[in-house]
Write a protein that binds this ligand. Structure first.
Ligand code: ZN
Ligand code: FE
Length: 258
């Protein structure tokens, strides 16, 4: 059980984006992670009755900040985001970089630089709530496409998140889980945990339900990107002697061409 648990609400936005609210009833503070679209977020705030105090931005892509100005204006919330993108995201009140800590009510939010998908990408970790927000870096059974950084950068970012405590609940930026799982099966067809999870995900999606959040524990056993350092994954790819990041790079390239 988390030392300082939060209530969460996942908000489906656009075609496959997620925003998320996390609320601390004791301290009466609420954070939003990313603002893909204002309407869905405003509706979620009305439904919950939570009043927004903090907004965390993971990276500068349009599908994560399109509703930001709107929500900031309506709520007056304090906007925290990558210091590297202050020019691209003028609504940021507080620019953050790797290792920075932010107070959220009675607990701390740690800022983790996770470059690769974009150079500015920040993931957020709340150890006392056992929560992490990984944006477009770590997905359920996947990871983001590498647009701005190198494949090597992305491996270290994904691996950094994989090393958070196993019980950490992880919210990411997109519902890509089913396609990701099908792809991981092409890398690790004999992975039983993966086979089982793909079935569970299929059942959820057939009912139109989200597959998010995930946990670090589940990613360690089923996410082939996270597992690039495992001997069995290296061997399956004929790369037993390769560096971890090279194996990751091979998996990422295969996914890009899938
Ligand atoms: Zn993105
Ligand atoms: Fe995105």
């Amino acid at each position: 059980m988390a030392q300082h648990p939060l209530l969460t609400k996942l908000i489906p936005c656009r075609s496959d984006n997620y925003a998320v609210l996390a609320h601390d009833p004791e301290e009466n503070v609420t954070l939003l992670v990313d603002a893909p679209e204002a309407t869905a977020i405003r509706q979620a705030l009305e439904e919950t009755g939570w009043s927004l105090t903090h907004i965390l931005v993971t990276h500068h892509h349009f599908d994560h900040v399109d509703g930001l100005d709107d929500i900031k204006q309506a709520s007056g919330a304090h906007v925290i985001g990558p210091a590297l993108s202050l020019d691209k995201i003028p609504s940021i009140d507080q620019g953050v970089a790797d290792g920075d800590e932010i107070r959220f009510g009675g607990q701390k939010i740690y800022c983790l630089a996770t470059p690769g998908h974009t150079l500015d990408h920040i993931s957020y970790w709340l150890p006392e709530a056992e929560l992490a927000f990984t944006g477009d870096t770590l997905f359920a059974m996947g990871c983001g496409r590498v647009f701005e950084g190198t494949l090597r950068d992305m491996w270290f970012s994904v691996d950094k998140l994989a090393k958070l405590p196993a019980e950490t609940t992880v919210f990411c930026g997109h519902e890509y889980t089913q396609a990701n799982g099908d792809f991981c099966l092409t890398i690790e067809p004999d992975n039983q945990a993966l086979q089982q999870r793909v079935e569970e995900i299929k059942a959820l999606r057939q009912k139109g339900l989200p597959t998010i959040p995930t946990t670090i524990l589940d990613e360690l056993s089923t996410n082939s990107f996270v597992r690039a350092h495992e001997g069995e994954v290296k061997e399956a790819l004929g790369m037993a002697e390769a560096e971890d990041w090279e194996v990751f790079a091979e998996i990422r390239k295969r996914k890009d061409n899938a």
